[in-house]
Write a protein that binds this ligand. Structure first.
Ligand code: ATP
Length: 486
């Protein structure tokens, strides 16, 4: 119920488009009523005040725009140009309308004193990043009085190189207009700085312009926004709006060790088997945007392969009680007669960031006894740090950004081809984990050892192909920050 005591200002205006329509405007602390329409001030984009150009016309116009949600959770822009002419002079009318300005300034004030640093990949996805920037993002941010500095990348790893030298203190956050590949560059670039302990705190956001866009889809869902659009342009408008009102939130990062003591940081996912093949092989269809995965998946399903491997993991919950859906999954408990003292000595150091892992032991050693192992033929394997891998890939809907866990998902060989295709449909509907062939377990760390004879294949980390071989990963809880408006 409207509490009238809360109201800030009331005024009678006329609709510019129809001079006869009188509109009563009531501004309250958290919402505004324009005649019979009510808008939350959370959905407020901006306003301007304009005096009549005619010297003898005392009218003053108050223009307002909002971006409210419709019933289908999508947003639609609504604008009003309201004329105020109650008093005889322009200055009297201006003085009244200016009271609205002060009130809007008060209720909509946000931390926009510093600009955003924007990285834009003109070649991401179907090549729309520049168009999205000029047509959707700039107009929204101008109206919302958001400052920004833009760097359009020239080549792969350009952003990673640049981010090492930039004075990050000057910026409110980093926004990447691209796919997930550039986000990966940014997080890895931030952590390759000598001051990484400080620089990792700069919050990062993504406006989707690539083919998968797992980061922006996950953030949009977290913020209660729609993330599945027919047109990527509408998604860009929503995310421009979200980031304008955003604040930093904590996010986990995953530290990955590859063979030969290579360490990398992953914000999104680690893929092997069919998922990695689809991701890698469909890169040639990047110009199709998200549809590239459907084509890639179809091709892979026709030539469905088995991938032999060993997966060991440290369950996030009590390991004794981990129980796969399928009772035929053979879970091995590790009994490697190591003494506690020996294990204590077997510490693994991340030589890039100079810290010791909590759970990972050297890759050459066996995994600790409180880990579980599955050795089998797999069809699909994917560990996710975020709930979504793309707009239509809702892998682990309940995964939180800062829960200190990854969701490890896999399908063992023997699944009928059609059922594999069904997985993609389930993922688009958020029912991936409900599929009877999917096994999943929340983990804090895991190790993957591909055991294929030919020792070649695809492993993808955040959509980037890495060396094929054994790897292990540990979640670094609340290690970095993201921009969101939850
Ligand atoms: N100007 C550029 N020209 C070519 N490649 C670039 C450029 N800038 C960045 N890159 C590289 O392009 C790769 C893909 O970029 P991005 O992630 O933006 O798009 P995408 O692959 O289409 O999207 P997604 O990762 O969501 O599938 C990244 O690895 C990035 O390093």
């Amino acid at each position: 119920m409207t509490n009238m005591n809360e109201n800030v200002i009331i005024g009678d205006f006329f609709h510019l488009k129809n001079d006869q329509t009188k509109l009563k405007v009531c501004l309250y602390k958290t919402f505004i009523e324009i005649s019979d329409k009510k808008f939350s001030l959370n959905d407020f984009i901006g306003f301007y005040i304009e005096e009549s150009y005619l010297s003898n016309d005392p009218t003053v116009t108050l223009a307002l725009s909002f971006y409210p949600k419709l019933e289908n959770n999508k947003r639609r822009r609504v604008s009003y140009e309201l004329q105020f002419k109650k008093f005889k002079t322009k200055s009297q009318n201006l003085s009244f309308v200016s009271k609205f300005k002060d009130a809007f300034d008060r209720v909509t004030k946000s931390d926009n004193s510093k600009p955003f640093l924007v990285f834009l990949n003109p070649n991401s996805g179907s090549g729309k990043a520049i168009k999205l920037f000029f047509n959707q993002i700039v107009p929204m941010w101008k109206e919302m009085n958001i400052k920004f500095k833009v760097i359009d990348t020239l080549y792969a790893n350009h952003a990673k190189e640049l981010i090492k030298q930039i004075d990050l203190e000057k910026y409110r956050g980093i926004i990447v207009i691209s796919g997930d590949g550039l986000v990966y560059e940014i997080f890895n670039g931030l952590l390759s700085r000598s001051d990484w302990q400080k620089s990792k705190a700069i919050p990062v956001g993504q406006i989707a312009a690539g083919s998968a866009n797992g980061f922006s889809s996950s953030i949009a869902r977290l913020c209660g926004e729609c993330f599945q659009f027919d047109k990527i342009e509408n998604f860009a408008s929503v995310m421009s709006f979200v980031f304008a009102k955003s604040k930093p939130i904590q996010m986990d990062l995953v530290s990955v060790q590859l063979e030969n003591r290579i360490f990398i940081n992953s914000f999104l996912n680690i893929e092997w088997a069919m998922v990695a093949d689809v991701d890698y092989e469909s890169e040639q269809f990047r110009f199709l945007g998200g549809s590239r995965f459907v084509i890639g998946a179809l091709r892979r399903v026709i030539n469905l392969r088995r991938y032999k491997g060993r997966v060991s993991f440290m369950p996030a919950d009590d390991y004794i009680n981990y129980c796969p859906k399928d009772p035929n999954v053979n879970i091995l408990k590790n009994t490697n007669n190591y003494s506690d003292k020996f294990l204590e000595r077997q510490r693994l150091k991340n030589t890039e960031l100079n810290f010791e892992y909590k759970y990972l032991k050297p890759l050459e050693e066996k995994v600790p006894n409180d880990w579980l192992t599955i050795e089998d033929d797999f069809v699909l394997f994917c560990a996710v740090n975020l709930p979504l891998m793309g707009t239509d890939l809702i892998i682990s809907p309940d995964t939180k950004l800062d829960d200190g866990c990854m969701m490890l998902t896999y399908v063992r060989a023997g699944v009928p081809r059609l059922r594999v295709l069904q997985l993609f449909d389930d993922a688009a509907k958020g029912k991936f984990l409900e599929n009877p062939y999917i096994e999943f377990v929340k983990v804090k760390a895991f190790r993957l050892e591909p055991l294929d004879d030919h020792k070649q294949g695809n492993i993808m980390i955040d959509g980037e192909k890495v060396h094929y071989g054994s790897l292990q990963a540990e979640v670094l809880p609340q290690f970095v920050r993201a921009l969101a408006n939850p």
